[in-house]
Design a protein around this ligand. Structure first.
Ligand SMILES: [Fe+2]
Ligand SMILES: [Fe+2]
Length: 274
């Protein structure tokens, strides 16, 4: 690993709890699906990420392997917050399985898990776009039956570690219900989602693209959940990825917000709660 950001949260625990936060792996595999066009796309994407990471000495696949080793050595809970696969294709599914299978980790997806190649036509009908999205999402979920794509939680050493999907730039009504039930447990919570709480997509700073725009009711629930997160005293910090860069500040809703850089840069975050 090129760098491990160290984040300490003091809440008065007797024994510290460690979480290794890893995000935006962006696995790119140029192994062909007998499709030269896909292969060409993958080679281009490899270069995009290498350049963005300033040509690090290892590949994202190697950093992903190393992160699992570090989490196990440090007795930390491994949290993977999405964009593991740059696109959904056979080669990336195979690499994701090869590296992660057999390890214990928590997960919440990014949008790239369900993305096809850049050249794939997206159409202009939101209903058709949505149908195609859910078709792909069900396929990906079926290939990783051990992962909980919508939400999951785990209580470790008196801390409730919660992961909730917001990868389509909103929190769903089911997600909000889940979070409220987690809060009822009465334990301190660290919340992980792909989009950070200050993300412009999540906050709809700009009008969403017509293909992905949701109903006003859906956005009202999302906004209420974001407000709830900001006001909930049990939520001690929130963590996200998606920006590929590092940030630490108070989000517009008042929540403490940490953004962890993409693992393809050889960077991850060790959180110690004590
Ligand atoms: Fe990403
Ligand atoms: Fe992302």
């Amino acid at each position: 690993m090129e760098r491990i950001i160290e984040t300490v949260l003091e809440i008065g625990l007797e024994k510290p709890v460690k979480i290794l936060h890893v995000t935006d792996v962006h696995l790119v595999d140029s192994a062909p699906d007998d499709d030269p066009e896909q292969q060409e796309h993958m080679i281009k994407r490899k270069e995009v990420f290498a350049k963005e990471a300033n040509y690090p000495p290892k590949t994202q696949n190697e950093y992903f392997e190393e992160a699992f080793r570090i989490a196990e050595e440090e007795n930390a809970v491994m949290m993977v917050s999405g964009d593991v696969m740059d696109v959904y294709c056979k080669g990336n599914v195979r690499e994701f399985h090869r590296i992660a299978d057999g390890h214990d980790y928590m997960f919440t997806p990014g949008s790239h898990e369900f993305a096809l190649f850049a050249r794939s036509p997206k159409g202009d009908d939101p209903a058709e776009y949505n149908r195609a999205y859910w078709e792909r999402r069900k396929q990906v979920e079926g290939l990783f039956p051990e992962l909980k794509f919508n939400f999951e939680s785990r209580v470790v050493g008196g801390v409730n570690i919660v992961a909730i999907d917001n990868s389509r730039d909103f929190y769903s009504a089911e997600a909000f219900e889940f979070l409220k039930k987690e809060v009822e447990k009465g334990l301190p919570i660290v919340l992980f989602s792909h989009d950070p709480l200050g993300d412009h997509g999540l906050l709809r700073v700009r009008e969403p693209h017509p293909l992905v725009r949701q109903s006003d009711e859906t956005y009202a629930v999302n906004d209420a959940m974001i407000e709830f997160i900001g006001k909930c005293p049990l939520i001690i910090a929130t963590f996200g990825g998606h920006w590929h860069g590092e940030a630490e500040r108070i989000a517009p809703n008042g929540a403490k917000m940490f953004v962890t850089p993409g693992l393809f840069k050889g960077i991850c975050r060790m959180i110690e709660i004590r």
